[in-house]
Design a binder for this molecule. Structure first.
Ligand code: GLN
Length: 537
């Protein structure tokens, strides 16, 4: 049983400073030093989870093995640390209030008035300590979403204040991430926004132990001294976080700035051990020195906000490095595709990926893209909705089932090749009710997909309501699209492929959630390889 120490990360001045990347980078360095670390994100919004949020609002919804629909920062944590997260790693205000209100209804507060302090703050403190109480981790890093000073962040900062006080200096520390803007007209870096941000934090009783300062220019000694003096922080604890070429450089930048040393010193943990980020550096070297470029089209309906497909674009970075290839993602809005313009828009691509999604906006464009990839023998990967569209396209254009569709888009279709499972039909709530999380899948011996994974029993993560309709399986298979991956218990189709095509695979699950820097996903690696071969012919 480990005695867990805690690092709290807050943010100030503006949002989008990259708290998640800083937290993940620190965790990476501590992990390489031999500490077991995990990261938790607390989100101050009232949704129970981001599963019901439009991707335009909050980017991708990341899914964990245990089926939690979570913030996209958890994807970064997994990609950096190469260990899975779970529901306990992401908590929202909605979830906190829900459990406090449930307890109130059960009479657990014994007639007391239920209040933000202590009841909501106690619940936040319990959630923070849940991961530590497993005894698995030396260090838990807890990232508080939002910016200090926001009304909705206040209970979180108060919970952090209490924990810092209760746990004591060596067992819990506070890192504050701020912005040091550069005023071009004055030719100067400005410390005042950081001073104000720290002041706001101090008004809530939290004095940061470490400041991580986002900046476009190097912080010189006098700026560091000024920040230290006016923010009540030791000089060696002012960490510069300069803009990086890629997020994967950030652990190295933090290593140069000795963020991990400072953290360990403050928590009285040994820092003598030398370490190297060998595998990480290998990856970066390949990522930065590609030998070829491939053009991959990502067909989706949220392409204006690329964060909506974060795990997919990161999986391409991992797979590109493995192949020593630069993957140029061509973001193509499915609504912009028509049967007429598809050759012009997709003609130059070396591979086509039809993305996950919900609802019928832009759906016919996705089907046209599948058709083009199938007929022109362009490597194709369909993920979740993308796989469903591949089945629909095949049913319509190869089997001649006119009007074939998914129940989701047309409940009256004469050929519902994709439909709702029986157990989904009675569900009315939208949140947390899909087929979620990790499920077993058995791959057919000798199939392309089994060769790619180099194994037949796999586990992948799901997030969908609709399924391949097995009533059409025989008909579809006899025409040349084969179900080569199935759930061993329910027989639900999880993978389809067309053996008579150089590379045509659709997966009902989301392989992108499992790709990490140290373990790029085999499907993405093989797709990029196929794209490279396509580009060379
Ligand atoms: N809308 C589809 C379903 O619910 C696909 C979901 C997805 O692509 N994640 O089944």
């Amino acid at each position: 049983m480990k005695k867990t120490k805690y690092v709290f990360v807050t943010g100030g001045v503006t949002s989008s400073l990259g708290k998640g990347i800083i937290a993940a980078s620190l965790a990476k360095l501590l992990q390489v030093r031999g500490y077991s670390v995990t990261i938790q994100k607390l989100d101050p919004y009232i949704n129970i989870d981001p599963g019901t949020l439009n991707p335009y609002e909050h980017g991708e919804c990341f899914v964990t093995n245990d089926g939690a629909e979570t913030d996209l920062d958890l994807g970064h944590y997994e990609r950096f640390l190469n260990i899975p997260t779970s529901q306990a790693n992401n908590v929202t205000t909605g979830r906190i209030y829900q459990s406090v209100i449930d307890k109130e209804r059960r009479g657990e507060f014994l007639g007391k008035t239920v209040q933000i302090i202590p009841h909501i703050t106690d619940e936040i403190k319990n959630r923070i300590q849940l991961l530590g109480n497993t005894g698995e981790f030396d260090i838990v890093i807890t990232e508080i979403g939002g910016t200090v000073g926001d009304i909705e962040s206040l209970p979180y900062v108060e919970a952090v204040r209490q924990l810092l006080w209760e746990m004591g200096k060596e067992n819990a520390i506070s890192i504050h991430l701020t912005l040091v803007p550069y005023l071009a007209a004055a030719g100067e870096l400005k410390t005042k926004p950081t001073q104000h941000s720290v002041k706001i934090l101090m008004q809530s009783g939290v004095s940061p132990d470490i400041l991580v300062c986002r900046t476009e220019h190097k912080l010189n000694e006098s700026i560091k001294r000024k920040l230290a003096l006016f923010c009540n922080v030791q000089e060696d604890s002012i960490i510069e976080s300069i803009d990086a070429e890629t997020i994967y450089d950030v652990p190295l930048l933090m290593m140069d700035e000795k963020l991990d040393d400072v953290v360990l010193k403050k928590m009285n943990l040994p820092i003598d051990k030398k370490y190297e980020l060998t595998a990480w550096n290998d990856f970066l070297k390949k990522h930065k020195n590609p030998k070829n470029t491939v053009e991959i089209g990502l067909i989706g309906k949220y392409v204006e906000l690329q964060d909506a497909y974060k795990s997919i674009s990161e999986a391409f970075i991992h797979a590109g490095a493995t192949n020593e290839v630069k993957v140029n993602i061509n973001w193509i809005h499915s609504e912009s595709l028509t049967t007429q313009n598809v050759p012009e828009k997709l003609g130059g691509l070396n591979a086509i990926l039809v993305a996950p999604g919900f609802g019928d906006r832009g759906i016919e464009g996705k089907i046209d893209a599948v058709k083009y990839a199938r007929e022109h023998k362009i490597p194709f990967l369909g993920i979740c909705l993308g796989m469903q569209m591949a089945v629909i396209e095949f049913a319509r254009n190869v089997l001649g089932l006119k009007g074939a569709y998914s129940d989701e888009m047309d409940p009256n279709t004469p050929y519902p090749v994709i439909n709702l499972m029986e157990e989904q039909k009675s569900i009315v709530d939208m949140g947390g009710t899909m087929r979620l999380g990790e499920w077993d899948c058995k791959l057919a011996k000798g199939s392309k997909i089994a060769n790619i994974y180099k194994q037949e029993n796999i586990q992948e993560r799901h997030r969908h309501r609709y399924e391949f309709n097995n009533d059409y399986l025989e008909q579809i298979e006899s025409a040349g699209m084969i179900a080569t991956g199935k759930n061993p218990e329910t027989n639900l189709v999880e993978v389809i492929e067309i053996p008579d095509h150089p590379w045509f695979i659709g997966v009902q699950y989301h392989p992108e959630y499992k790709s990490t820097v140290l373990k790029p996903h085999p499907l993405f690696v093989d797709l990029v390889k196929a794209a490279l071969e396509h580009s060379l012919t």
